[in-house]
Ligand binder design. Structure first.
Ligand SMILES: O=P(O)(O)OC[C@H]1O[C@](O)(CO)[C@@H](O)[C@@H]1O
Ligand SMILES: [Mn+2]
Length: 433
């Protein structure tokens, strides 16, 4: 749907044979679906133990739903309305009608003819429909195994990062502003690179963090296209300005992406922001259902903090204890609005999720993690590479925002990583890579 009066190029789509969208829909999405079916098969005995015959029957029916879905995808069938009467079903079905109105010569909305962004999101929502329709499978997270494995495979990197965080916190009061700034920029890059650990690009293959997240920074520097993070720092510093009641309470919103090591990098960054007095409140935004294989759900968020607390490592445990305290006292909070697991481009948010847009307008800085968020920020359209980032946002600017994304889809086109930052007109800055 077009944001008011701002035109945009075509959406990336699998209709362009040979494109990355085409290869994703033809090859990677069926592979992910097959792995989901295998996961259900492999857990058959557990379902029997936990739910008896009813569990096994539900697993069998869910598998038949998913096999049918895979066939629909592979044979480019018209997409179907959702029939699970979930909280977001009507929003999905309304979006399908909207997409149908956009189709030329009345062709049906289908996997290889419609926007890649819509079809990929739709697949993950249809997986959830197969579970919703077959209780007691409705609470089962088909991606949980991969997400927890990614956490356990990254232990050494997590220990290194938590140790680094505790060293920063111990030395914090002696730090000059330049040292604080440099530490922040280092943690921002670590959070950017944490985005490499994503299970949808790898179609579920292990993609955990093996190397030291700190020592690898110098080598990775050359892959950052144009680093605008210094403006992110300026925004944070400006947000410390005195408010009407004295010290302003800077609020940072982090739109999360993947669980596992990437989530740890985001929690470490958030801990630093609060410990350095750069933010008084951090709002984390995750997914309300399992999504794009490794995206963070509330269960993943809570499990990761508990797991870190319980680690047999002094600084991991100290970090986890601190994070649980931040959650308990409300300095940190977790939110999972359904909009983040709808297919909409973010320029639609002000209309289609006005409550969320209004919430984000209260932020001093919004950090968007990952490739899917970047694709939604820019509408996953065939922009020229010279288009300024804030133009591609087509009016989506609830607050100063920054995209921390390792490039996994065409919508930027270059092979490097991106740190974007953009500021609403009233701050006069509009820039990107
Ligand atoms: O976890 P991230 O960084 O959002 O990556 C997910 C992205 O990776 C891909 O799976 C590969 O391009 C996309 O389909 C999706 O946008
Ligand atoms: Mn992801």
């Amino acid at each position: 749907m077009e944001a008011e009066g701002i035109s945009a190029p075509l959406s990336l789509s699998a209709e362009f044979e040979g494109s990355f969208a085409y290869l994703t829909v033809r090859d990677r999405l069926p592979t992910i679906l097959t792995k989901v079916i295998d996961t259900l098969h492999r857990n058959k005995d557990n379902f029997f133990k936990e739910y008896g015959k009813e569990g096994v029957q539900a697993e069998k029916t869910a598998i038949s739903f998913l096999s049918r879905l895979r066939n629909e995808l592979q044979t480019d069938k018209p997409v179907l309305s959702l029939t699970d009467n979930a909280e977001d079903s009507e929003a999905w079905n309304e979006y399908m009608r909207r997409q149908q109105d956009l189709m030329e010569d009345g062709r049906p909305v289908s996997w290889f003819k419609s926007p890649w962004l819509y079809m990929e999101c739709y697949m993950y929502r249809r997986i959830q429909e197969a579970l919703y329709m077959n209780p007691p499978m409705d609470k089962f997270d088909v991606f949980k195994e991969g997400k927890t494995q990614s956490y356990f495979e990254s232990q050494q990197a997590i220990k290194t990062l938590c140790t680094y965080l505790q060293e920063l916190i111990t030395n914090m009061e002696n730090m000059t502003e330049i040292q604080l700034r440099d530490s922040f920029l280092k943690l921002l890059q670590i959070s950017l690179w944490g985005n490499k650990c994503d299970l949808s690009i790898s179609a579920g293959q292990d993609n955990s963090q093996k190397s030291s997240p700190i020592d690898s920074l110098p080598d990775l520097q050359r892959f950052i296209l144009v680093d605008d993070s210094s403006m992110v720092w300026s925004t944070l510093v400006a947000a410390q300005g005195a408010g009407s009641s004295g010290k302003k309470h800077a609020r940072v919103d982090i739109i999360l992406d993947n669980a596992g090591f990437e989530l740890i990098t985001d929690l470490v960054l958030a801990d630093f922001l609060v410990s350095a007095g750069l933010a008084k409140q951090i709002r984390f935004h995750g997914k309300s259902i399992p999504w794009f294989v490794s995206d963070v759900t509330k269960q993943d968020f809570e499990w990761t903090i508990m797991q870190t607390m319980a680690a047999n490592h002094k600084w991991m445990s100290a970090s986890g204890v601190q994070w649980k305290h931040f959650m308990k006292e409300g300095t940190w909070s977790y939110h999972d609005h359904i909009f983040w697991t709808l297919p909409h481009e973010f320029c639609d948010m002000a209309v289609d999720a006005a409550d969320l847009y209004s919430t984000l307008q209260g932020s001093d800085l919004i950090l968007f993690k990952g490739d899917l968020n970047y694709r939604k920020l820019t509408g996953d359209r065939k922009w020229e590479h010279t288009v300024p980032f804030d133009q591609a946002l087509r009016g989506f600017q609830p607050a100063p925002l920054c995209s921390l994304r390792t490039l996994k889809a065409d919508v930027q086109g270059s092979a490097e990583d991106c740190v974007h930052a953009v500021f609403p007109e009233n701050q006069g800055h509009g820039f990107g890579l």
